[in-house]
Ligand binder design. Structure first.
Ligand SMILES: *Cc1c(COP(=O)(O)O)cnc(C)c1O
Length: 366
């Protein structure tokens, strides 16, 4: 197709990198050659140029506004994806203590705990069980007042579990991986010592990470911590200690502007509830043709895994979905079946099309 008539005609249900708002992609397309009328590309700009520094500042200000981040928290724009936080968290927050508490909820808490074990004793503060069908209830958690920090994952992207509450770790700083549900619902930042998220699920490009950290937790990196892994270094340098991931920061700014224009994080939550309710209703109303194993109260608004009664039908289901422009619905290799990741940018209409496909497919094969 000639480029003038090319536009979105399919939707990516990928778990990440994931769908972005079409309006943002169009704007980025124009800015790629001519950045908001400057005549050169945003990715050709120095990160020290006033215009780029202003954009970075706007990104942080938008985050502060959208999430109502209190003044005693710093917002850092970091590199290395969520995985690097698995190391930065213990390196910066252990502060000479020998142990940290972890709530075990699935693949992502396992991975973060495995990395933390290189530096400290990992104590299990609670678990939903190894089959990942539920999260622990609040009264099943027990935190050690001597732990350096208490860590949990707000949304388990692979199994489709999402915390319906914020754990109470008392005076122990609460640390949260919000990679797959950041900016999809309001949260009380003051409950957390540190909340972080990679950008490629709900607000942009892979590589970039936003970390919201309480100021008193800066400046305690253990001796030997690489400079680039010290939160305070990034805070002191306004997230430009080295060259920031400029295009990712720019794209995050566009998505944040879009979120604000659409009605903010509360509106993102309203849409997430609408999208996920459509899917869970279809699954639960299918008489067992489709199933989702997660306890209803712990079901994710962001990632909806489901299986077809007869797995031999998976390929036909995916082919029919692709014909309707519904892409990348294949489930994670650890879980199998399907997974619909329905982040902020996923139009409700695309989910309605998926529901139509599910119902017609069942009528034909059920
Ligand atoms: C995607 C994801 C990660 C990993 O992100 P990377 O940027 O690939 O390191 C970590 N935690 C959660 C909850 C995720 O969804």
């Amino acid at each position: 197709m000639p480029s003038e008539v090319r536009g979105r005609h399919a939707f990516s249900f990928s778990s990440g990198p994931a769908i972005l708002p079409e309006a943002v992609l169009r704007e980025a397309q124009a800015d790629l050659l001519d950045w908001e009328g400057r005549g050169y590309s945003v990715i050709e700009s120095s990160h020290r140029a006033d215009d780029f520094v202003a954009l970075q500042h706007e990104t942080v200000t938008l985050l502060r506004e959208l999430l109502a981040v209190p003044a005693n928290y710093r917002i850092l724009l970091l590199h290395g994806g969520a995985h690097l936080q698995f190391s930065m968290v213990p390196l910066n927050l252990l502060r000479d203590r020998p142990q940290a508490d972890f709530v075990m909820s699935g693949v992502w808490s396992d991975k973060a705990a495995a990395e933390a074990r290189r530096y400290c004793t990992v104590q299990v503060a609670g678990s939903g069980g190894t089959d990942c069908r539920r999260l622990p209830d609040a009264d099943e958690l027990s935190f050690d007042p001597d732990a350096a920090y208490a860590y949990y994952v707000d949304n388990e992207t692979i199994n489709g579990l999402e915390f319906p509450y914020v754990p109470d770790s008392g005076d122990v700083p609460l640390v949260c991986d919000m990679s797959s549900n950041f900016l999809s619902r309001p949260f009380d930042v003051s409950r957390f010592g540190l909340a972080y998220a990679c950008a490629q699920k709900n607000f942009g490009l892979a590589g970039l990470v936003v970390a919201v950290i309480r100021e008193d937790l800066l400046g305690h990196a253990r001796p030997g911590t690489p400079t680039m892994l010290d939160y305070k270094v990034h805070a002191d340098a306004d997230s430009s200690y080295n060259t920031p991931a400029t295009f990712a920061v720019y794209l995050a700014a566009l998505v944040l502007r879009w979120i604000r224009a659409e009605g903010g994080v509360a509106e993102m939550n309203r849409r997430a509830v609408e999208r996920s309710t459509l899917l869970y209703r279809t699954i639960d109303g299918s008489g067992g043709f489709y199933t989702n194993p997660v306890r209803p109260v712990d079901r994710s608004r962001m990632n909806v895994p489901f299986s077809i009664r007869e797995p031999r039908l998976d390929a036909a289901f995916l082919a029919g979905a692709a014909e309707r422009g519904l892409m990348q619905l294949k489930g994670h290799r650890l879980v199998g079946g399907m997974r619909a990741s329905i982040y902020n940018a996923m139009p409700v209409q695309a989910v309605r099309t998926l529901v139509d496909h599910m119902q017609e497919f069942q009528a034909r094969h059920g």
